[in-house]
Design a protein around this ligand. Structure first.
Ligand SMILES: *Cc1c(COP(=O)(O)O)cnc(C)c1O
Length: 440
């Protein structure tokens, strides 16, 4: 397969991304409004996107890419789905924001609650960061405890208390991973190794009575794609119940992405609080958190836990989210998406093995991950064993051939309902060529 320049107006000589990147860097730190967009892990110039339709993005050069980022998860229907565009256009003409309640917020809340039976009430917010931060405040407020348990490699947004990495010893307190976060702010955050039952047991044995909540991505999508084992996830549930701590499933990425009922549905585990985002906004800024009524009624204006937002439940965002949820809830949607996604990773595996490369991959619903490792990793330090140089070569090989995957090793990939068998076949062909440049 040749590099895709079919719709490139001037041929490959004039790069319009480069000058845009120069201008962007003059006014925006790093030229980007979220760090992973900057290509720093892989080098090169980020592509400035001009438009998107279906499974494709077009950059400033007019080069077309098959999109496996999907805005980092939300675009499960592909770009520009007619039902979503129609709902958004109709919503826009009725006003952009009111700062007062609307019927559509009820409709979206009811749609979410009908699919996630662990939740009886939900609060809508604007970003996953905000939702996770608010869920933790609620867990602390409701339990009257301070301590939070999280796992290394799981990302729950950039709230201060969550920007923390593991300390040196077993079940010790972490250190901030960002400047500007005081040690005191993370001194109540305990960071454990993902899938490590011994550490989990020890943490609860030592600190059980102080733990307000345990937050986990039960399929972690922020260290590429790593599953919690069913036994580990079950033990999280049991220990939280035993010690009166709240189990918080961060399903910002997995909610309505791995199946219609989230990882909680797949595992048959009922968390106390669930955090949602990405797909529930369908590409607009919308996120949510929810749980049992008694817990959620601790929130303002009913209870003492304060939480608010000027644009929360925005009428355009709720229209977009609702139209998206209606599509994904149609019979057969996830079966078709999962089949397509498996075809992609099976194709990639076969192509890599034909080149004698170490390769492993996994997927659930429309979310996938692949590693240039012989076996699937079970935690962050195993993911870290991936060869960054090999990945960089692969990334640029794919990009050159019109396939856009995340520009970092530590990100999951996403297939949308708009990806056709032909798109998958083209991607596998591009990978087969790109793998040839990798050293065995
Ligand atoms: C993306 C993500 C977040 C943060 O959501 P934002 O909308 O980017 O603030 C939180 N948790 C998980 C699991 C995510 O994938």
């Amino acid at each position: 397969m040749k590099p895709n320049t079919e719709s490139h107006p001037q041929g490959a000589a004039v790069d319009r991304n480069q000058p845009l990147f120069e201008r962007a860097r003059a006014v925006i730190p790093g030229g980007v409004n979220s760090p992973v967009r900057a290509f720093r892990a892989v080098g090169g110039i980020p592509r400035f996107i001009e438009r998107a339709q279906g499974a494709y993005l077009w950059d400033a050069n007019g080069q077309r890419f098959i999109d496996y980022i999907g805005s980092w998860g939300p675009m499960i229907l592909g770009h520009g789905h007619p039902a979503v565009i129609d709902a958004v256009q109709r919503a826009i003409t009725d006003g952009l924001s009111y700062g007062a309640p609307t019927a559509r917020e009820i409709e979206l809340s009811e749609a979410i609650l009908a699919l996630l039976p662990s939740m009886e009430m939900v609060r809508l917010v604007s970003s996953g960061t905000e939702a996770a931060m608010s869920a933790l405040r609620l867990a602390r407020g409701a339990t009257g405890r301070k301590m939070i348990v999280k796992f290394e490699g799981c990302y729950h947004g950039h709230a201060d208390a969550l920007l923390v990495k593991a300390g040196s010893g077993l079940a010790t307190f972490g250190h901030p991973t960002s400047a500007g976060v005081p040690e005191e702010v993370v001194e109540h955050t305990l960071v454990l190794e993902y899938n490590n039952l011994t550490q989990l047991e020890e943490a609860f044995a030592l600190h059980g009575k102080e733990i307000a909540g345990l937050i986990i991505e039960a399929i972690a999508g922020n260290m590429n794609f790593v599953r919690a084992t069913p036994a580990f996830a079950r033990r999280c549930r049991e220990l939280c119940t035993q010690h009166g701590a709240l189990l918080i499933f961060d399903e910002v990425m997995t909610g309505f992405r791995v199946c219609l009922h989230g990882v909680q549905g797949l595992l048959g585990i009922r968390p106390d609080l669930t955090v949602l985002g990405k797909v529930i906004g369908g590409g607009m800024p919308l996120a949510a958190f929810g749980g049992p009524r008694a817990l959620m009624e601790q929130l303002a204006p009913l209870g003492p836990v304060y939480q608010a937002g000027t644009l929360s439940g925005n009428p355009v965002a709720t229209a977009c989210g609702l139209a998206t949820l209606r599509e994904v809830a149609k019979p057969g949607f996830f079966e078709a998406l999962a089949t397509r996604t498996r075809a992609l990773i099976d194709g990639l595996r076969t192509a890599a093995q034909a080149e004698g490369l170490a390769f492993s991959a996994d997927s659930e619903g429309g979310m996938f991950g692949f590693f240039l490792l012989p076996e699937l990793p079970a935690n962050y330090s195993a993911v870290m064993k991936s060869d960054g140089m090999q990945f960089k070569t692969l990334f640029h090989g794919l990009l050159e051939r019109g396939v856009y995957v995340a520009p970092a090793l530590y990100e999951a990939g996403f297939v949308s309902a708009a990806h056709s068998n032909e798109d998958i076949a083209q991607t596998v062909a591009a990978a087969r060529e790109s793998f040839k440049a990798l050293k065995r």
